[in-house]
Design a protein around this ligand. Sequence first.
Ligand SMILES: Nc1nc2c(ncn2[C@@H]2O[C@H](COP(=O)(O)OP(=O)(O)OP(=O)(O)O)[C@@H](O)[C@H]2O)c(=O)[nH]1
Ligand SMILES: [Mg+2]
Length: 407
Amino acid sequence: MSSPLLLALRRLEALDLQPSHREVLEEVRSRLSRGRLYVAAVGEFKRGKSTLLNALVGSLVLPTGALPLTNVITLLEHGEPGLTVTFRDGSTRDLPIDQLQSFVSEDLNPGNRLQVRWALVRCPSPFLQGGLVLVDTPGFESLHSSQTQEAREYLPRIDLALFALSVDSPMSAREMALLKDLSSTVPEVILVLNKIDFLSRDELDRMIRYLSSAVERELSRPLPVFPVSARLSHQDPFAWGLAALREHLSSTLKSQGTRIQLSANERRLLSVVGSISASASVELDSLRQPVQVLKDRIDRFLSGVEELRLRRSDAEALVMKDVDSLVARMDRELDRLRRDLPDLVVQRLQDQARRISASSRGDMARAAEEAMDLKSAAQDRLEERGRELTHLLRQLEEIEREISPRD
Ligand SMILES: Nc1nc2c(ncn2[C@@H]2O[C@H](COP(=O)(O)OP(=O)(O)OP(=O)(O)O)[C@@H](O)[C@H]2O)c(=O)[nH]1
Ligand SMILES: [Mg+2]
């Protein structure tokens, strides 16, 4: 395992992180130790992604069909036949493989109402033996927008993408935009031009030239194109392009698998660093708002407290409605303060307000004084938080340099 990445991973793990960031780090750690290459079929709906992956493993494991179908991420890895479904709440179920369709297809699990996070299918295909994990993703741009979302969220987890295109609509502007996104997120992308059984040899040659030059123009680099007929490849894998694609994937895993995995994990760690830095910077900027604004808000809150204290001294004459409107005014100020102050301080101010509105005269005077003290406590806490965030941002810059050192 590469030591700079591991070092950066350890330093990130030691930070106080959101669960989503922690999950990425856990996944990076497990990916670095297991040495698998995650190869995903990605593309718009009905380009033949599921059919293609079935062809690669040589068995009809994944459901396919004429209507937008795959709606859940499905992983295929080597092993004795079996299916494990992981749900969004983290629970898992082991099931017979023939149940797969009930969990991953739009017709049996519409809108993913079963809340499946992903399904893992183990199959004994020799193609998966070397450590390739094939990933079927839902199609982009169907009328089921949740499918696009599921697929998009999975992109950062892909090591190598098979971008599926179909000869009946060679490349739309939307597909080109998706390809650009993909090639900036995933270290290795190859184009798979499917359904070539619709074309003559001559038409196919022209289409490949057209695609190659359009992609090179847009991405400023060429991408390999593999023409296939996923549906007919079982008849003759050599004639229908499958053998060449299989060979390319197996040799890429052997000769470049480690480099691709490191590059993918490096991107994942950098994206965690970027996301923590962005939220720390936003928080720091909001703390740097003129302290005067904050003081004014606390003063407004305290003037409500004071008014309440005076009115309560004339308790007999006080109509409860007045107390309510004052408390409501203080609550509004508290809401505004909540946006700018750490939770703990707001909580204390809120407790003060409650105590004041319910206390006897003597207690009220004391509580109001305590509330005054909170003004300086709040400022101290803000300054301390500012120092913490500045320190965090410096640490993140160091980690970023460790992950991708610049000379
Ligand atoms: N003629 C022809 N049809 C194909 C080929 N590959 C797939 N198909 C057909 O295209 C349709 C869509 O295939 P799927 O594999 O379900 O497509 P998909 O991209 O997984 O679709 P979603 O899961 O909805 O995104 C099916 O009817 C397939 O039989 C091919 O090589 N040639
Ligand atoms: Mg599919």
